[in-house]
Ligand binder design. Structure first.
Ligand code: SD4
Length: 290
């Protein structure tokens, strides 16, 4: 077992995990750490899959999805939220300040305004230029893309041993207006069960929703699988449903109560950033396809 705080997130997001680690190191809660960590990528305009600077839908709107879950099993989510830089923090307010779990679209935006969140333009010049280019050749089908998945899902364990997580994304680039993927769906893009551990996902959200991927991985860990073996089984389930189709990416990461971590993906190139008592590093993920 690995003692002390742990933070891990999808992809090599060093600044995000650093921010989570700082909260944990100062004795903060896993919930505060997960939120603080993913907020870094929400504010990063270079990350074109999350928050500010995210790629728009096919009609040019940046629409954000996020969720958060704490160690007591409380959770909150926003879907298709427009005009706010930190959907994860709005999701947290949904969890803490409403009798609901999910708010979507204009209702989520109204709630965010009432909670005092500032509105801002999220479509950056770089994202707008790419979108204009895409429009020239596109026949308005969302692209199945193996690259360009930079959604951040974060799992944290605090010094009290409690686990939380958060996940936030602008979704698939040039998706249909109104499309929601796995990232804000509790059980799909993120799941935490403080008796067992947590899991979170990146990649082709439709496939993760179809298998309720993160819940599946946590339940497999409950039955005794290691985080690594559970992530591998999660990917295998998705591939089994796809009858040989493999032209999309999925990446899972998982953490158990003992502090062990794991990850698995379909295509090479996925990794996760891990901060624990053994140091801070980028961990390359094993993949189904070599
Ligand atoms: C989605 N899972 O909306 C997200 C996309 C993603 O990195 O992971 N991008 O389907």
């Amino acid at each position: 077992a690995i003692a002390g705080p742990i933070a891990l997130c999808t992809w090599n997001f060093g600044k995000a995990s650093e921010a989570a680690w700082e909260v944990l190191n100062a004795g903060g809660s896993s919930l505060d750490a997960a939120e603080a960590g993913v907020r870094v990528e929400e504010s990063n305009p270079e990350n074109m899959t999350v928050g500010l600077g995210g790629r728009p839908d096919r009609d040019g709107h940046v629409t954000l999805d996020a969720c958060i879950m704490d160690s007591d099993g409380n959770c909150g989510a926003v879907m298709a939220l427009e005009g706010f830089e930190h959907p994860v923090s709005v999701a947290r307010k949904v969890m803490e300040e409403t009798p609901h779990v999910i708010l979507v679209g204009e209702g989520a935006a109204q709630f965010a305004r009432e909670q005092g969140f500032d509105t801002r333009e999220l479509l950056t010049e770089a994202a707008r230029e790419e979108y204009e280019e895409w429009k020239k050749t596109s026949d308005y089908k969302p692209v199945i893309n193996i690259e360009n998945h930079d959604t951040i899902g974060m799992l944290t364990r605090d010094s009290a041993g409690n686990i939380a997580g958060a996940c936030t994304t602008s979704g698939l680039a040039y998706k249909m207006r109104g499309r929601v993927g796995d990232s804000p769906v509790i059980g799909a893009g993120l799941y935490v069960d403080n008796e067992v551990g947590g899991a979170t996902a990146t990649g082709m959200g439709e496939e993760v929703v179809r298998t309720v991927g993160s819940f599946l991985i946590v339940e497999l860990m409950r039955q005794g699988l290691s985080p690594q073996a559970a992530c591998e089984e999660g990917v295998r389930r998705i591939l089994a449903k796809n009858k040989g189709r493999q032209d999309f990416q999925i990446g899972f990461i998982a953490l158990n109560k003992q502090g062990q971590t794991g990850s698995y993906c379909i295509h090479p190139g996925f990794s996760y950033r891990l901060y624990d008592a053994n140091g801070h590093r980028n961990v390359p993920s094993a993949s189904f396809i070599q």
